[in-house]
Unconditional design. Structure first.
Length: 266
């Protein structure tokens, strides 16, 4: 049993065979998926909800990614408020800061991030965090975690650090605020020792696994389109790090997912 806690199933890369991708995931033992609903930003904010509504094993999130923060208008926030009431929506995100690409000005990213934390608090939904620092500094981590401490921690709803790429000190700070730490296929990459170091320290009962499909396909699929069935490879790498089987990692992280989101196990 596996749960892919973060996948993007809405993009054009899945248009030719989306149904087959979902079927392959089920055949591989992936019992549930969280489809992340940032899409291409405003105009596509309901993308994951549409998929979740037509597939019983799939849940949805909603949110404006930091890349598209500069495009956000009041009508988009109103749409998110409406979408948050959909029963298939279990999380708000991915939201946060991206100082690597800087597609939106950093001040705007911060404003939209804070606004969405306020909205998620009102909707009583946990948040899914995207945080990517610039190449030569971890300033995005410091600012992201500080904003969470200031504007979110007191909500008591927690969240997920998705596709974790930081250091243990960052994970520890988030864990202290009730967050889960999610690892993606890049934990298998040869140069990803920092991620593996963190994956070796995060408590197993606070860990999730994901694909971030269609991105970051794990070894041995690197360079190909990623898909939820490949989450087993992330589980395999975590298992090797922790001295347990792939299947045990799947069971543990699946239970964590259901517990965190207060869902019935499948």
């Amino acid at each position: 049993m596996f749960v892919d806690s973060h996948c993007h199933l809405d993009g054009t890369r899945f248009d030719p065979d989306r149904e087959q991708v979902i079927a392959r995931a089920r055949e591989a033992g992936v019992v549930n998926m969280l489809a992340v609903g940032t899409g291409d930003g405003p105009g596509t904010l309901d993308c994951a909800v549409k998929i979740a509504e037509s597939h019983e094993p799939i849940y949805a999130s909603i949110g404006i990614h930091p890349h598209e923060a500069k495009l956000a208008k009041e009508a988009d926030f109103a749409e998110l408020e409406r979408l948050a009431r959909n029963p298939k929506v279990i999380a708000w995100g991915e939201i946060g800061l991206d100082y690597y690409y800087d597609h939106s000005p950093r001040a705007v990213q911060q404003q939209v991030f804070i606004r969405q934390m306020e909205m998620a608090r009102a909707a009583k939904l946990p948040i899914v965090i995207h945080c990517r620092p610039s190449e030569n500094s971890d300033n995005a981590w410091e600012e992201c975690l500080s904003l969470i401490e200031q504007h979110w921690k007191s909500a008591g709803l927690g969240g997920i650090l998705h596709c974790f790429t930081g250091e243990w000190k960052h994970a520890k700070r988030a864990l202290d605020m009730g967050f889960m730490i999610s690892f993606a296929g890049n934990v298998t990459f040869p140069k990803a020792q920092q991620i593996r170091d963190a994956a070796g320290q995060v408590p197993l009962d606070r860990m999730l696994i994901e694909t971030d499909s269609p991105f970051l396909a794990p070894v041995p699929y690197r360079g190909k389109r990623n898909e939820p069935a490949f989450v087993k490879e992330t589980a395999r790498q975590i298992g090797e790090l922790r001295g347990i089987s792939t299947e045990e990692v799947g069971e543990i992280t699946s239970r964590n997912f259901y517990r965190f989101f207060s869902l019935e196990s499948q």
